[in-house]
Ligand binder design. Sequence first.
Ligand code: GLN
Length: 459
Amino acid sequence: MKTASKEVSAVSLVQEALEKAHRYQDDYRIFTWINDAAIERAKEIDARIANGEGVGCLAGVPFAIKDNFLCPAGETTASALILNGFTSPVTATAVKRLEAEGAIVIGRTNLDAFAHGSSTENSYYGPTKNSKDLGRVAGGSSGGSAVAVALGIVPFATGTDTGGSIRQPASFNGVYGIKPTYGTISRYGVVAMTSSLDCVGFFAKDAADLDLLMQVCAGRDSYDMTTLPDYYGQEPVKDGTKKIGIIKDFDNDAVAPEIRDALKRKVELLQNKGHEIIELEMPALKYALAAYYIITPAEVSSNLSRHDGIRYGYRSEKSEHLGELYENTRGEGFMPENKRRIMIGNFVLSSGFYDAYYLKAAKARTLIIKEYNKAFAQCDFILTPVSPNPAFKLGEKVNDPVAMYLEDVMSVSLNLAGVPGLTIPAGQTAEGLDLGLQLVGPRRSDQGLIKFATEMEEA
Ligand code: GLN
């Protein structure tokens, strides 16, 4: 990506990004807030360059943050009314590390409220539109970040991936997106959704940029005790041909023919380069979606209980007493999908149903972890679709929660197992819609995964 130097000013980079952001905003609804003051920060970077002072490896690079990353610039709303008016006193570790290298936040991007969704249609601000077709969804929940990169507004954007929210919108918009191994990048300062699954990651135009961003952001953080020391893993990345697993168990009829063809094309390409293709049986993956949609609401119901209208954000003015204040604030402030998850979460955690639902889901999760371990004893990486369909039409699934959940059938198992996944672009449909596939690696293989994606890109 282009960084500021004596020849290219940070002001010009930021100005160009802001100009594009404003130009596309009406049609695509990419941002919840655009940071026009970013120019001031760019001037500071230019002054440091002129003085010969050190600037970081991302000097003057404009970037966008998904609006569930906390920092004092703008309001962090998570695209929900209930956080309207909330300005954070703290900065998310990932944002802090990017800014320390000279990168500049030019805006906050739209998402499904609290990252609940697969289309960005659950946003209080309305849906972000697909970068190739204004009548279709951007994917979600990080739809705004994906489209900001796809339209070339910024060279990279942050996202969160709890069950596919980086990989699916990346594939719907023809960009790269990484969900690292759980714990690789600190979750500190990121609005919690499902704490045991949430991962911070990025969208970019190529795999090499993802590598740089991982170098900058990965590593231990005393504010997040689940963080890992680095993103390299224990074993050095081996060069040479690889064994690539293909999962047999995904019901082929449920996958759109264009996506099956894209997978076939990539498999042929890999074989031509001398890589070995291995068919994997992973029957436990059929439990992933059900387990995810129990574990996620369970943790969501707990994480969202802090929004009570007292401490921060929106407060309903209608209320006459405290109980009513909670009810009205939460009733008005959350989106329907947020409420659905709070209800389901409380149900599956309630005494009498805990064993039948939550505990069973936790056991299924263990099965899925074991199944991935078994798979990676046979192959280096796995190549699968990200989602069963390319970008669908706006309004097509938003009133049918189960149809929307089914979009996540191929993405959620990675989060349950904690393994990394990387979306690589894989061509387009006849109508010009983007297609993507995901490369999956064992825990802590992130660097190798990115390296392999880079090789595939060159091929
Ligand atoms: N689409 C999934 C959901 O709605 C994943 C969301 C995410 O990764 N944040 O739960």
